[in-house]
Design a protein around this ligand. Structure first.
Ligand SMILES: CC(C)(COP(=O)(O)OP(=O)(O)OC[C@H]1O[C@@H](n2cnc3c(N)ncnc32)[C@H](O)[C@@H]1OP(=O)(O)O)[C@@H](O)C(=O)NCCC(=O)NCCS
Length: 198
């Protein structure tokens, strides 16, 4: 009971002549920092788990396994962390990794994009932390970095049927500006290319 109570703090109090009322809300400490080479293992884990949780229905087990190995193995993540044009940011809730976001100065979506832009390559939040504003925190960081980098826009690719993510991006002012093929193994799907001016 003591531990359970420790998780709550009063956020508002009201005093009336007869009573003092406290309204309680969960106390959640969210922090954010840039990933370093030492984070390769936790980044690999969150990438694997979130990708699998989101898309395992969509790919055959063989294709999924191969894609995860090529892109999210510790070795693959380590290579990314060594790339000076790539920035990964980690969000923690009460010290536990909750989500991450990857930005790249090298836009790989389409050669018809002529803006000076930064690519938001990934934004993944563990299922148990979704809908608790972790994605928002990461997106705000992406906008902050884009401004620091003095680019004109942030661009991203999102699977056309990932309605949850499309709504999330639209809520932050991204608009669809085209499509591009997203290739996983032998499967070719359509991603929306979305852009937000900064
Ligand atoms: C998409 C994702 C990053 C969103 O992160 P999240 O932490 O769940 O979202 P948040 O709680 O921060 O929501 C931020 C805002 O987006 C809105 N939003 C989030 N999901 C939404 C949905 N399905 N429909 C409408 N709005 C939504 C929230 O209402 C909130 O708006 P508000 O601040 O006005 O209330 C997360 O759900 C995720 O990791 N999904 C799986 C991986 C994935 O698909 N990544 C994108 C790949 S391109």
């Amino acid at each position: 009971m003591k531990n359970a109570l420790r998780k709550f703090v009063p956020v508002e109090s009201k005093f009336s002549s007869s009573s003092l009322t406290f309204y309680f809300a969960p106390a959640m400490t969210t922090t954010l920092r840039r990933a370093t080479l030492d984070d390769a293992a936790i980044l690999s884990h969150i990438s694997y788990v979130t990708f699998e949780q989101t898309w395992d229905f969509f790919y055959t087990p063989e294709i999924l396994k191969q894609y995860l190995k090529e892109n999210y193995s510790e070795e693959a993540i380590r290579r990314e962390l060594l790339d000076p044009d790539v920035m990964n940011f980690l969000a923690f809730v009460d010290g536990e990794l909750a989500g991450f976001m990857k930005l790249s100065r090298k836009q790989t979506l389409a050669d018809w994009i002529t803006d000076r832009c930064i690519e938001l390559c990934r934004i993944y939040v563990y299922k148990k932390f979704q809908d608790q504003k972790v994605g928002k925190l990461l997106m705000e960081k992406a906008v902050e970095v884009a401004k620091e980098e003095r680019v004109e826009s942030i661009v991203l690719g999102v699977w056309e049927n990932n309605h949850k993510a499309v709504k999330f991006y639209t809520g932050f002012g991204f608009e669809q500006i085209g499509t591009h093929p997203f290739i996983v193994g032998t499967q070719v799907d359509t991603d929306w290319v979305m852009r937000k001016r900064v």
